[in-house]
Design a protein around this ligand. Structure first.
Ligand SMILES: *Cc1c(COP(=O)(O)O)cnc(C)c1O
Length: 453
C-alpha cells in the first residue's frame, strides 16, 4: 500500500498515535469550533515545513521552541553524519566521549566558569527533576535536611512529569494530577502586566521580590531552592518581567541560603537576546549566576532530545565522599548521548561563527516593526517583546479563539499556535526579512478571521 496524501497519514496517525497535549477527539471533529487540525509533515527546510499535499507552513514557533537554525540545517546535518560514522551511543556511567566533554567545557565557559559541571538527561522535565533532587540532596549532604521545600512563581512551567509538576503552576497541566504531586509554594510573579498606574516593570519586580523576601524571612530555613524561568514565563503565555527581579532574587537567595535554579530550557540559547536570559540581570556590571541551570529545547538546535543541568562547584563538591549514598545516583539510559551532544556542539559553532546574538538584535527589531501596527487593534493588549520572543494578548470571550487563530494561520501558510488568548512569535533565528513580513501578514489576517466569529 503506498500512502502519499495528507488524508492517508492523518487517518493512520489518529488510529495509532496518541498525540501530546491533545484531546484526541478534537482531531476528528472537523465540523466543530474545537477542531484541532492534524498536519502530516513530509519534510522541513529552513524555516518551512511541507505537508504531503504540497502545502507549506512557516514555522513561527520553532516547532515548540526547539528549532534555532532551521530544519535540515546543512551544518548540523554534516556534524551528525560525521558523528554517526564514529559513535552513536555509549553509556555515560564509567565511560566518556569527545562530544560530551567538549560540550560540558563550552557550556561552563559560557557561564564564565561559575557552573563547573554538567549533568545530562534527555528532556526538560527530567532536567527540572534533576535540579530539584540535586538541591535537596546538597542540603542533606551538608547537614541541613530540613531544607526540603521549593518555591516557584505563579504561572511557572517547568515540565509535566510528576516531580516537575511540583513546581509547575499551570492549572490545565496540574489539576488532574494534584493528588500525586508534592506541591511547592507558589509566590507572586513579577509579570510586567501587573503594573499599577505609575508603576514601571522594575517596580513590579521589586514588589514581587518583596513578597519573596517576606516568605524567605518566615520559611527560609526550610527552603532548598527557588526555581524561575528567567525573564519570560513561556507556557503561562509569554509572561515577561524585568531583570531587576532576578537581581533581587539572587541577593535574597544568598542572604537566606537558598539555591537559585534558572530554568533556561525555553529562554536559553539566545532566545531573549543574551545567550542565557539570566545574564541580563547584573550586579556592578557582572551578570548574576544561578546555582543550578537547566537547558534543553534549543541546545541541540531542535534536532535531538537533550537536556543538561549545570551546577556550581560548591554543589558538585558536596557530593564527593567515600559513601555511595552521598553521590548523585540519578541516570537515564541515553544520558549524554553522543549524537545529541554533537548536535549541540554544531549549534554552538553556528552561534560563534555567525555572531548570532548580534544578528538576532536586528531580526528582533524587524519583528517588532512588523507587528507594531497591531498595537492599534482595539482588542490587542500588552504587545511585548524580549529578544526573539514577541507576544500580545487578545481581549475576547471566545473559548475557541486560539483554535480559530491556529486554523486561520495554517490557511495562511504559517504555524502560529496561541497559548489561550496570547498570540506569540518565536521563530528560528535563520528567518529572513521576507519571512518576517509573511508572519506579520499571517498574524494580521488570522486575527481578523478568528475574531470575525
Ligand atoms: C518545555 C519546558 C520544560 C519541559 O521540557 P520538556 O522537554 O517538554 O519536558 C521545562 N521548562 C520550561 C521553561 C519549558 O519551556
Amino acid at each position: 500500500m503506498s500512502l502519499s496524501s495528507n488524508q492517508d497519514w492523518l487517518a493512520r496517525s489518529q488510529a495509532a498515535v496518541w498525540h501530546p497535549c491533545t484531546q484526541m477527539q478534537h482531531h476528528a471533529q472537523t465540523a466543530s469550533a474545537a477542531h484541532l487540525p492534524l498536519v502530516p509533515i513530509a519534510r522541513g527546510s529552513g524555516a518551512w515545513l511541507y505537508d504531503f499535499d504540497g502545502k507549506r507552513y512557516l514555522d513561527g514557533i520553532s516547532s515548540w521552541w526547539t528549532n534555532l537554525f532551521g530544519h535540515a540545517n546543512p551544518r548540523i546535518n554534516a556534524a551528525l553524519k560525521d558523528q554517526l560514522e564514529n559513535l552513536e551511543h555509549v553509556m555515560l556511567a564509567g565511560f566518556t566521549h569527545q562530544p560530551v566533554v567538549e560540550l560540558s567545557e563550552r557550556l561552563s565557559a559560557l557561564t564564565g566558569g561559575s557552573l563547573g559541571h554538567a549533568f545530562y538527561a534527555s528532556d526538560g522535565a527530567s532536567a527540572t527533576e534533576i535540579a530539584l533532587k540535586m538541591s535537596f540532596h546538597y542540603w542533606r549532604n551538608t547537614g541541613r535536611p530540613e531544607k526540603a521545600e521549593f518555591l516557584c512563581l505563579a504561572g511557572s512551567y517547568h515540565g509535566e512529569t510528576v516531580g516537575a509538576l511540583a513546581v509547575t503552576d499551570v492549572a490545565i497541566f496540574k489539576d488532574a494530577y494534584a493528588p500525586l504531586v508534592r506541591a511547592a509554594t507558589v509566590i507572586p510573579s513579577p509579570d510586567s502586566r501587573l503594573a499599577e498606574a505609575g508603576e514601571s516593570p522594575a517596580d513590579v519586580a521589586r514588589r514581587a521580590a518583596a513578597a519573596l523576601e517576606a516568605h524567605l524571612e518566615k520559611h527560609g530555613e526550610n527552603i532548598a531552592a527557588l526555581i524561575v524561568e528567567p525573564l519570560v514565563q513561556g507556557a503561562a503565555g509569554m509572561v515577561m518581567y524585568d531583570p531587576e527581579y532576578l537581581r533581587l532574587a539572587r541577593q535574597l537567595c544568598d542572604r537566606y541560603e537558598v539555591h537559585l535554579i534558572c530554568d533556561e530550557i525555553a529562554v536559553g540559547c539566545g532566545r531573549t537576546g543574551t545567550f542565557f536570559a539570566h545574564e541580563q540581570a547584573a550586579n556592578d556590571g557582572n551578570p548574576i549566576r544561578p546555582d543550578l541551570m537547566c537547558l534543553s529545547k534549543g541546545i541541540s538546535g531542535g534536532y535531538l532530545p537533550l537536556s543538561i543541568v549545570l551546577c556550581s562547584d560548591t554543589i558538585y563538591e558536596a557530593f564527593l565522599d567515600d559513601s555511595v549514598a552521598r553521590a548523585f545516583l540519578h541516570s537515564h539510559s541515553y544520558t549524554g548521548n553522543p549524537l545529541a551532544c554533537r548536535a549541540a556542539l554544531a549549534t554552538l559553532n553556528i552561534f560563534e561563527s555567525d555572531d548570532i546574538l548580534a544578528a538576532n538584535r536586528l531580526k528582533s527589531a524587524k519583528i517588532s516593526t512588523a507587528l507594531a501596527p497591531l498595537a492599534d487593534h482595539p482588542q490587542v493588549r500588552h504587545l511585548r517583546q524580549r529578544g526573539m520572543i514577541t507576544a500580545f494578548d487578545v481581549e475576547t470571550d471566545d473559548p475557541y479563539f486560539s483554535r480559530r487563530f491556529y486554523r486561520a494561520a495554517l490557511g495562511r501558510e504559517a504555524l502560529i499556535r496561541p497559548i489561550g488568548n496570547t498570540v506569540y512569535l518565536m521563530p528560528p533565528y535563520i528567518i529572513s526579512d521576507d519571512e518576517i513580513a509573511h508572519l506579520g501578514q499571517s498574524i494580521a489576517g488570522s486575527l481578523q478571521e478568528a475574531l470575525a466569529k
